[in-house]
Design a protein around this ligand. Structure first.
Ligand SMILES: Cc1ncc(COP(=O)(O)O)c(C=O)c1O
Length: 401
């Protein structure tokens, strides 16, 4: 089915964080809203249809997920990821970040350390700290335009640091972001195997946030970390939702796949106060998992073209460089060549260029001097963003008269 991603509905005046709060939060109401990670695209027709049908019934009490929803996820994991899962491994939630909090609680104790790999989606830091755990970092390494995991550092971090480990904080879990927001890396099977083996060897559970797993914009296939082996399955909590791909984060539904019964029981207990998923969210999730109108492939094709437009448009600009993404609709732009500190770069982007991005420094170590730009928008907006960057950087780079 042909989709008109070129003409998304106007979101102004819909209480959209991304569109309606640009003036308030960035100080320039005319800046292009390219920050919050939702797309501007309407949900698939099949999702809208399912929601309309449910809306015919006027009672919105407490509900439970139907068997058909479990089955839609089992089918989706099989067809899209070659992963055979059991329905009882699935736990529904209200959002991936809430689920991440439950996963941290399930995997660790207060005072434990949780490892993550910055620059990374910033709520990970707050989740760990708010739960009384400590952040340990294994910063990603940018080498020849591509991010890598630093395995030597990871091994050192995992190794016991004292002869009396019981008295020391210990790394009790690792958060993997796969594909990685904000750098757009789709981790290869080999990398995930190496990481998985290391976690298994050291007895460290993996919390794998795979919310962006569908959004592939390069040639690399996505590998679900837990699908690598039965041992990995038992050592991994996989977090997913339809929120990114099908643009339904406001409907508050998500799911976690936890094959290990003990871990699953701890997870369920940890999220006992997090509330049940939104009734409409579950309806949307099931229709999205079935993707009867082929939305996903049309979306990825459109996003690939948006990426090409952005990449080609800024290729010759001095001082900025795109980190080529393989996944997500977000691009990570290296602006360190402009020689600005974070405040100056933020002012430059919002007021001189006219783009409201997510600032790189918010993503932690290694994010300074970068901006994350959301290309989940119409092609016309990408073209406009490129034009604004060219105009501002052209004058920025002009020699003094
Ligand atoms: C890696 C990652 N995890 C989680 C989320 C948020 O998910 P949710 O809205 O389901 O909490 C995002 C949103 O940008 C994300 O990029």
């Amino acid at each position: 089915m042909q989709r008109d991603f070129d003409h998304p509905p106007c979101r102004r005046g819909t209480l959209s964080n991304k569109w309606d709060r640009v003036g308030e939060l960035f100080g320039n109401p005319d800046a292009l809203p390219m920050w919050v990670a939702d797309t501007d695209f309407p949900v698939p027709d099949s999702v809208m249809q399912a929601l309309r049908e449910r809306m015919q019934h006027p009672v919105f009490g407490y509900h439970y997920p139907p068997d058909t929803l479990y089955q839609s996820i089992v089918d989706r994991m099989g067809s899209h990821h070659g992963w055979r899962i059991e329905p009882e491994w699935i736990v529904f939630g209200t959002g991936v970040i809430t689920d991440l909090n439950a996963a941290i609680t399930a995997a660790s104790m207060v005072g434990d350390e949780i490892l993550l790999q910055p620059p990374v989606y910033y709520p990970f830091f707050a989740s760990i700290e708010n739960l009384g755990r400590r952040v340990v970092e294994n910063p990603l390494v940018l080498d020849s335009g591509r991010y890598h995991m630093d395995f030597a550092n990871l091994e050192a971090a995992f190794a016991p640091r004292t002869m009396f480990p019981a008295r020391q904080p210990r790394i009790a879990g690792m958060i993997l972001c796969s594909p990685h927001n904000p750098v757009g890396r789709v981790w290869s099977r080999e990398t995930l195997e190496r990481l998985g083996d290391l976690c298994l060897r050291e007895g460290i559970p993996l919390i794998s946030d795979e919310i962006h797993c569908d959004l592939l914009v390069g040639d690399a296939p996505h590998t679900v970390a837990a699908s690598l082996s039965p041992e990995m399955e038992r050592n991994t909590i996989t977090l997913m939702s339809a929120n990114k791909t099908y643009n339904v984060p406001g409907l508050k539904a998500s799911f976690s796949i936890i094959p290990d019964p003990g871990m699953r029981a701890r997870f369920v207990r940890a999220r006992a106060t997090a509330g049940s998923p939104n009734t409409l969210g579950l309806v949307a999730l099931e229709a999205a998992m079935r993707d009867e109108d082929g939305y996903l492939s049309a979306l990825c094709a459109y996003l690939q073209e948006n990426l090409r437009t952005f990449r080609d448009g800024i290729a010759d600009l001095p001082g900025i460089q795109l980190v080529e993404p393989q996944g997500t609709y977000l691009v990570w732009v290296d602006m360190r060549g402009l020689g600005m500190d974070d405040d100056a770069l933020a002012r430059f982007m919002v007021h001189d260029v006219g783009i409201a991005p997510d600032y790189g420094f918010a993503f932690g170590t290694g994010g300074e001097g970068f901006c994350r730009v959301n290309l989940g928008c119409s092609r016309a907006m990408v073209v406009e963003a490129v034009a604004r960057l060219r105009a501002a950087l052209g004058s920025f780079c002009e020699p003094d008269q």
